[in-house]
Design a protein around this ligand. Structure first.
Ligand code: CP
Ligand code: NVA
Length: 305
């Protein structure tokens, strides 16, 4: 793996090894304290972040390296200077570019014009590192990842797209339950479908909640993503049937409930479920740190892990 831009870069073996490494790092972090000694990463953020920023910065620190946070929230990237010039400058100083960007094409441009690995820390289309931590969490709670039945409910956004990609490659069964015309990206879905066929899993999209039965995992995310100014109240009526509440959890047969966070309590998930016995949302948040350590070590010093 040269970059992590979409999640399609890894095969099943790659995902499994990465998650196993993250579990080893979680169990014994001290053994990896010098894995990235003297190395650094630029953390380029065009959008806000709690989990992703904190855990990428700490991941570099925990491996003996350093993360430099660049606040690009004022629209500097591509305006103050071109995206390629950002990549060329930063590649002279750091060993990795971690980017949270509005447009997937920005990450592709950074990768094409820089000379160090680029990691997608969320774009309009993908959130690949998030779902790696999510499947690690599924493995911790359910003991396996292949054949796991995952129901994603709500907006077919970047997180939904990435769940389809990782789920397909891991041989899981992922169904997105989304209102009409709010489904995941069609091209990404088609590519994920081909991966699912290869690995014995499946991907589906439907708006029909009557088929939400016998799922192991329920997963949701915000109904309005960063960069979209639509008020939640405006979309509430359309999305409310897809809210994860106690009644929906009970009828689905789910064993665990997931959310990438930040949550909009009372919208896509209720307090009772988020704070209830099946919720693993803070395990997911914790695992962001371990998966980012595994990801950065694999990209920047593969011979050491
Ligand atoms: N889940 C996630 O990416 O959270 P942040 O937006 O806080 O980084
Ligand atoms: N879909 C959300 C994910 C936040 C982690 C967004 O893009 O805002």
């Amino acid at each position: 793996m040269e970059h992590l831009l979409t999640g399609f870069e890894l095969n099943q073996d790659g995902y499994v090894k990465l998650i196993e490494l993250a579990q080893a790092m979680k169990a014994d972090p001290k053994s990896y304290r010098r894995t990235l000694e003297g190395m650094s990463a630029a953390l380029m953020f065009e959008k806000p972040s709690l989990r992703t920023r904190t855990t990428f910065e700490l991941a570099m620190f925990n491996l003996g390296g350093h993360g430099v946070y660049l606040d690009l929230g004022k629209g500097d990237l591509g305006v103050r200077e071109t995206v390629p010039d950002y990549a060329r400058n930063l590649s002279r100083w750091v060993d990795c570019l971690v980017g949270r960007v509005f447009k997937q094409t920005t990450l592709e441009e950074l990768a094409a014009t820089g000379s160090v690995p680029v990691v997608n820390a969320l774009s309009d289309l993908y959130h690949p590192a998030q779902v790696m931590a999510d499947f690690m969490t599924i493995k911790e709670h359910l003991g396996h990842m292949d054949k796991v039945k995952v129901a994603y409910l709500g907006d077919g956004n970047n997180v939904a797209n990435s769940l389809l990609v990782a789920g397909a490659i891991l041989g899981a069964h992922v169904t997105c339950f989304c209102p009409l015309n709010c489904g995941p990206d069609v091209q990404i879905f088609t590519k994920a479908q081909a991966e699912a066929q290869k690995y014995g899993g499946s991907v589906q999209v439907t708006d029909d909640l009557s088929t939400l039965k016998d799922y192991d995992v329920l997963y949701t995310d915000t109904w309005v993503s960063m960069g979209d100014d639509t008020p939640l109240e405006q979309v509430k009526k359309r999305f409310l049937p897809y809210q994860i509440n106690e009644q929906l959890v009970a009828s689905s047969g789910a064993k665990i409930v997931m959310h990438c966070l930040p949550a909009h309590r009372g919208y896509e998930i209720t307090d009772e479920v988020m704070d209830g016995p099946l919720s693993v949302v803070f395990d997911e948040a914790e695992n962001r740190l371990h998966i980012h350590m595994a990801l950065l070590a694999t990209l920047l010093n593969p011979s050491a892990v």
